[in-house]
Design a protein around this ligand. Sequence first.
Ligand code: TMP
Ligand code: MG
Length: 212
Amino acid sequence: NNRNSDSRGALIVLEGLDRSGKSSQSSRMMSYLEGLGVSAELWRFPDRSTCVGQMISSYLANKSDLDDHTIHLLFSANRWEKRSLMETKLRTGTTLIVDRYSYSGVAFSSAKGLDIEWCKAPEMGLLAPDLVVYLNIPPEKAAERGGYGGERYEQLDFQRKVAHHYQVLRDPSWKIIDASLPIEDVEKPLRDMVLDCVKTCKKGKTLLNLWS
Ligand code: TMP
Ligand code: MG
């Protein structure tokens, strides 16, 4: 029997500052879900594999300069080019663990001084996540972790502004985890939140668009 025809996957987004642990947590989550036999894929934005993604990557590496509005729209376009595949995956029962999404788009660009409503506009109509988990870490602590790779936004003063703009953006549905805790202590509550969300979506929770 085809269980996928009547159950959908969950759209789960991890957000947070650079070095907050999103990438480690999302790959650990993948192994965990695999072990449970949950059909899941790990996605990340920016998706640097596309033409748009390569322009973004070159900007982040300081190899090209772009106007703040232009790079904002490229980040958004990079999500739009994946939207239909995302919907297909979800509707056919695959859960997506997504490392950054529209909230990064708005938090980082508005931290540069762009108007928040202007920043949100191009994100409207993308799929709304079923769960947003914010890995909360003081900017100073994230910076201490080292391994800031030298990309454009990886600077303490800017990350402080981004943290503030994430707070402005945050709504009551977001789940917050203290990401300065050891990796296992972040992982445990995250697993519970993810499994709970996967279960709710399987029961037929409606797939919505941003920002709703
Ligand atoms: P990454 O380190 O997760 O690959 O992300 C690269 C940088 O791009 C990171 O500093 C956050 C930033 N970013 C934006 O400014 N806008 C966006 O829409 C996304 C997805 C990331
Ligand atoms: Mg980074």
